[in-house]
Structure formats: structure tokens, C-alpha cells
Design a protein around this ligand. Structure first.
Ligand code: MSP
Length: 511
């Protein structure tokens, strides 16, 4: 069967300030999808990077008395380190200050000029530097004389300057047709509805250049303007594939993008502006924008300005990266906002990783080491209990690909951890330790089934907890060809006669 190619992206980070849990969450989520499709024998290109232009970065650099590029060179490294710390499997890390990106942005701009979608006028209105977004007067709140965006809560300032505009208004109808034709372009559905309502309520032309500062990509042939940072930033998804060279192997293989994973705060840019720019430039829009909710602390969005940050780097150092990845993926509901706290992190690690999956692996491996000299042989006599477990596992795995294809990662994890729970229960009920002296064959069979279950669970959990699951797969001596999801198509993973290696404790219980 021919497998699809997957181009999966995270939002490229603003390198202003330190990485926080929101960044970690968005990136890990995208990484899980990328790893899953690789494990399903698909070709995957997974991209992340830094979004380095615009007033926000210019001001952050000024605050540190640095030239913007020096500031970005420094901070971009911090985010590159983050990708390592989070164990992201990105194939590339793009910076919007790279030459390849300038080339792509210039080309896209010229296409929009050529198609007649850009004109020169004057912008008068509200702008939020921290969101790098324009807001209508209907979206502004007044708090003690200061103005804020009612959408994001960020401060806004009044702007009046010459600007090029993109004829977004003329794309309203075509965008609505596009959403209708591509029902799953925006997921979850609640976000899709939000976007459709917004577009139906009318789109105004969009200011796509600024003249009051200089830190950005210059408008071709008019260098008093810099290109609006969102038009610039969104193009990273093309520049990483060597656009405008549409004959390039990467471009041919991976465009249109399969999945942009983004937070709900940047949905408008990805689900409205981005497809409109692309349609205008005669480039096929991406297939999917998946918009996750915010990570909250108490009831507030976790952000530096609110000072309520759980630092991902500290969590990784204290509890481990697999632990953080699992916690964020399992406990934060991907469609809506999710509260996180140290208490729930500890609870989650203990109950699912230490007591459930970790315990299952440890008890089976040490039993086999102590009683079978590390060797287990499959036998042909299958009991009703064996059949029941195998059947339950089949039921729980049946829809896993579908869940992933719809970004229902919470459901996916629930099913997988349930398989681990059922396998632990099977061992408790079957009591192989009682068979040691009376029925070696049956004992072997139970252990073989348990190992097979552990193999399946490890492969399924691999995108989420790559380090621990790989240790288990290695200890099971699973061949390279079998470390993938083909068991979902009934291929076997472990051999009939299996010799295991030592497995050290995977997850320590946190007290
Ligand atoms: N630079 C833009 C993205 C440009 S993509 C062409 C940007 N950068 S960001 O650094 O501010 O955010 C990166 C990602 O982190 C976004 O998906 C954003 O939604 C996500 N989060 C930032 N804070 C968040 C939470 N508190 N919770 C969850 N994710 C949030 O936006």
C-alpha cells in the first residue's frame, strides 16, 4: 500500500524571552504526530524554527541594547536547545533571517503583486506588538484609559502609516468555499465553526507592510516598507521546502503541508490569512490546521507577562523528558484549554508510567530473568483468558490510526494505557508464578503473551515517550523491521523464541 508523505510543522517561536510551557506543548504535540507517521512507515518532514522579524523582536533587542540580528542569533540558539531538550525529531530548524527564507518571501510577495492582490494605501487603527496583530475598534477594551485587545488581552497601540494592503475582502467567498470543500481543514470542529463565523461576518483588507520601523524583510522595490511579520513568518513553511523552486524534491514531496499544529491564539493567521495568501498566489493551501487550546495555570493562560509559568526546562531536569511529554499529551485536552500543575504531573507519572506501563515491564522482565534465564518460548495452547486479552487489545487498537489522523491524541493515549492496564490485570489473574513448578508450558505462554503486549504498547507509546519505549523495545530484541506499526496489520513483532536483555527501572515513583 502506498503511504502518504507528511509535512508537519510547529509554529516557529518568537525568540523573545525564555521558552515556556506553551511552546513546549505546541512542539511536543507536533512531534508526536511526526513520530507516529514515521513509525507507520510514512515519509515525514517535521519542521520548527524561529520567527525573528517585526516590532516585537526589534523592541526586545533594543531593551538589551543589541542589534536585532545579534539578539536573534543568541536567542534562536536558546530555542534550538529547547528542541533538543524536548527530544523533538525535527528534520530542519528554519530561521526567518536566513537567505532561503528571504528568497521565498520575496517570491510570494511578487506573486501577490502580480495577481493584483496588493495595493498601496494608509493604515489607521489598532496594533498589538506582542501579538503582532491588527485589531478592529470592535475588538478593543478600555481599562483605566489603557487599550487592550478583547481577543487576547494584550495591550494595543494606535498606528497611522503608509502601508501596502492585501485584498483579503475579495477572498471571503472563496475562503468559505474552500472550508466547505475541505471539511477537515480546521480541527477541532469548534475552531472551524469559529473561523467560519468570523469570515462570514466580513473580512477587511489586511495591512501587509509597515513603515514605522525597519526590522523585517523589505518590500521588493520599495524599501521604506517592511513586510508584515505574519506574511513573512507564515512563508517559513514554504521556504523550508526550497520554494520558489517548485521542482525541488522537498517541495514536490511535501507541499501542500499535511498538518500545521498551532495554538488557538494564532488560528486567524493560519486558517484565514495563510490560505488566502496561498490561493491568491496560486499555491495549494495546506491540508490541515490543528488548533490546540491554551495551557492554563489556575484559570489563566500561562505566560511570562502573567508570571504563572511552570518552566519546561526545570520540569525536564527534575522529572525527565518522557515524563513531561506524557503528562502534557495525556492530561491536556487537545481541543480545549487545560490546567496543569505539579501535583497533577506527579499523579500522572505515578499512575500511568510508574505503576502501570513501567510496572508491567519491570515485573515481567524480572520474573523472566529470575525464573527463565531470560528465555521464553511461545506454545500453541491458547486459553480463554489469552484469547480475551488478545481480542480486547484488537478492539482497543482498531481505531488508533483514525484517532491520530484526526489529532485525537487523548483518545489514542487512553486506549493504549488501557491495554497496559488490562495486561497487568491478566498477569494478576493468571498468576504465572504459581505455574513455575506445575505447568512450565502454560507459564511460558502467559509470559510470551505478556511480552507481545509490552511490545505493542511500547511501539504505540513510542511517539510520546521515545526514550523509555526504545529501551523496552531494545530489551525485547525487536528487529528494526518490526519496530513500527505494521502489527496493526497483523504482522508479528516478537519472535516465538525470545531472549530478553536486562531492563532497568523505567520510571521512578515520585513521592
Ligand atoms: N511566532 C508565532 C508563530 C508563527 S508561525 C508562522 C508565535 N510564536 S510563539 O512563540 O508566541 O508561540 C509558539 C506556540 O506556542 C504557538 O502555537 C502558541 O499558540 C503556543 N503557545 C504560547 N503560549 C501558550 C499557552 N499558554 N498554551 C498553549 N500554547 C500556547 O505565535
Amino acid at each position: 500500500m502506498k503511504k502518504d508523505n507528511f509535512f508537519i510543522t510547529t509554529p516557529i517561536y518568537y525568540p523573545s524571552g525564555q521558552p515556556h510551557m506553551g511552546h513546549a506543548y505546541s512542539s511536543i504535540l507536533a512531534d508526536v504526530f511526526a513520530r507516529f507517521y514515521r513509525n507507520d512507515n510514512c515519509k515525514v518532514f517535521f519542521l520548527t524554527g524561529t520567527d525573528e522579524h517585526g516590532l516585537k523582536i526589534q523592541r526586545a533587542a533594543e531593551k538589551k541594547s543589541l542589534a536585532p540580528i545579534d539578539y536573534c542569533n543568541k536567542l534562536s540558539e536558546v530555542f534550538k536547545d529547547l528542541t533538543k531538550k524536548l527530544n523533538l525529531s525535527n528534520d530542519d530548524f528554519i530561521r526567518t533571517t536566513e537567505k532561503r527564507h528571504y528568497i521565498a518571501v520575496n517570491d510570494l510577495w511578487n506573486r501577490l503583486v502580480k495577481s493584483g492582490d496588493i495595493y498601496l494605501s494608509k493604515y489607521k487603527g489598532w496594533y498589538s506588538v506582542s501579538d503582532e496583530a491588527y485589531y478592529d475598534s470592535g475588538e478593543i477594551l478600555d481599562k483605566k484609559g489603557k487599550k487592550f485587545s478583547s481577543f487576547s488581552g494584550s495591550p494595543v497601540e494606535w498606528v497611522e502609516e503608509d502601508s501596502f494592503f492585501f485584498k483579503l475582502s475579495s477572498w471571503q467567498k472563496k475562503l468559505l468555499e474552500f472550508y466547505k470543500k475541505n471539511e477537515k481543514f480546521i480541527l477541532p470542529i469548534s475552531r472551524r465553526n469559529e473561523v467560519i463565523n468570523f469570515v462570514e461576518s466580513g473580512l477587511k483588507d489586511l495591512s501587509v507592510s509597515r513603515t514605522s520601523f525597519t526590522w523585517g524583510i523589505k518590500v521588493p522595490e520599495n524599501d521604506s516598507h517592511v513586510i508584515y511579520v505574519w506574511l513573512d513568518a507564515l512563508t517559513n513553511y514554504l521556504s523550508a521546502l526550497n520554494f520558489p523552486n517548485t521542482d525541488d524534491e522537498l517541495y514536490k514531496k511535501y507541499w501542500p503541508a499535511s498538518l500545521h499544529v498551532i495554538g488557538k491564539d494564532i488560528l486567524r493567521f493560519h486558517a484565514i490569512y495563510w490560505p488566502a495568501f496561498l490561493l491568491a498566489a496560486n499555491i495549494e493551501p495546506p491540508k490541515r490546521v490543528f488548533s490546540h487550546g491554551w495551557i492554563l495555570s489556575g484559570d489563566e493562560k500561562m505566560s511570562k507577562s502573567k508570571g504563572n509559568i511552570l518552566n519546561p526546562l526545570e520540569i525536564v531536569d527534575t522529572y525527565g523528558i518522557d515524563e513531561l511529554r506524557y503528562y502534557l499529551m495525556k492530561e491536556v485536552s487537545h481541543g480545549s484549554d487545560g490546567n496543569i500543575s505539579l501535583e497533577s504531573l506527579k499523579r500522572c507519572i505515578n499512575s500511568d508510567l510508574a505503576n502501570n506501563y513501567g510496572n508491567l515491564c519491570q515485573r515481567i522482565f524480572s520474573f523472566i530473568k529470575n525464573n527463565c534465564q531470560n528465555k521464553v518460548i511461545k506454545t500453541k495452547n491458547i486459553s480463554d483468558a489469552d484469547k480475551k486479552l488478545i481480542e480486547q487489545t484488537k478492539v482497543l487498537t482498531r481505531d488508533l490510526r483514525k484517532e491520530m489522523n484526526n489529532q485525537n491524541l487523548n483518545n489514542y493515549i487512553k486506549s493504549v494505557i488501557n491495554i497496559s492496564f488490562l495486561t497487568n490485570k491478566y498477569i494478576n489473574d493468571e498468576e504465572p508464578w504459581k505455574l513455575r513448578k506445575v505447568n512450565i508450558e502454560k507459564m511460558n505462554n502467559i509470559l510470551h503473551i505478556a511480552l507481545d503486549q509490552i511490545a505493542k504498547i511500547s511501539i504505540l507509546l513510542n511517539p510520546i515517550i521515545p526514550i523509555a519505549s526504545t529501551k523496552v523495545m531494545d530489551a525485547l530484541n525487536i528487529s528494526a523491521e518490526s519496530k513500527n506499526l505494521s502489527f496493526l496489520d497483523n504482522q508479528s513483532i516478537i519472535t516465538d523464541e525470545i531472549i530478553i536483555k536486562e531492563l532497568k527501572v523505567l520510571f521512578k515513583k515520585i513521592t
